[in-house]
Design a binder for this molecule. Sequence first.
Ligand SMILES: O=C(O)CCC(=O)C(=O)O
Ligand SMILES: [Fe+2]
Length: 335
Amino acid sequence: MTVTLSTPTGSALSSTTPDASARSAPAAAAAANLTIRKVTAHIGAEISGLDLAQPLGSETVAAIRAALNEHKALVFTGVDLDDEGQQRFARQFGELTTAHPTVPAVEGAPNVLPVDSEQGVANHWHTDVTFVLNPPQVSTLRSIVVPPYGGETLIANAAAAYRDLPEPLRAFADTLWAVHTNDYDYAVPQESLDEEARQRREVFTSIKYQTAHPVVRVHPLTGERGLFIGGFAQRIVGLSVSESRKILDLLQAYVTRPENILRWRWSPNQLVLFDNRITQHYAVDNYDGLPRRLNRVTVAGDIPFGIEGKPSYSIKGDASHYSPVAEVAAVGPAA
Ligand SMILES: O=C(O)CCC(=O)C(=O)O
Ligand SMILES: [Fe+2]
């Protein structure tokens, strides 16, 4: 399918990627024989009727994409995939990134990042890898070892958060840009880390990145606006660190409203696909350090743009070894 639509600045874009699902989610799902069950009003749906180990076909991929555009996070259960299979599944949504800009991949699976409770817990709100110029467009997480209790992943709808803002705050947010970095004063201070955690942080920040992104990002497939902040957003362009913190906290409070969150309690052999352009997530640390293991595979993203069509810009750090730049597939109706 070739789609030609216009950007907010009016320039025409055209693409032949399978991204551009023009149909509504229910129509596309019916055509592809998928069952979609919403989990909450604002975010999350379970999809059944699919064997993810098989090649999906363009109609099914388009139906999943349409469902993702609408629900932001999709859960597939009874998934029989290994690392290779997870990479193959994710590749149907676009070219993959390598595992991470600085953290090593699973041995033999260059696109798979291990998410292992023994190597730290992502119990902070974030959007994946926003410190680079073109963060992944979607992330997949596959459950391998699940603790007997706890260990949920929270995923928040950043578009719902934007819509929830009172009008004056929304208009203010529309004007802001934020600097995202992987090198900042994390919640746990350096001096309280044990040796292993200190080494992990050293690896994480072995290349230092800084990128400026619009605080309000326009989703390239739907035209929907979402707050694009999260834990790596550390400063508002033009403001001091302390001024920035207050504004980021104020906006972030809308992202983390309980109504905007899917709280997914894992069972083994599940896969969650979420739209990393318009969500944030958080790994809840509530399982007493018991073993927990997920594998993550991410799909290369496009360069974000704000409501005036201006693209993000890199300040520091080259991530070309990590991710190709995805072309913007299409721009939907302005939100
Ligand atoms: O462990 C989780 O539930 C999420 C992990 C995570 O945020 C990540 O790998 O990016
Ligand atoms: Fe993450």
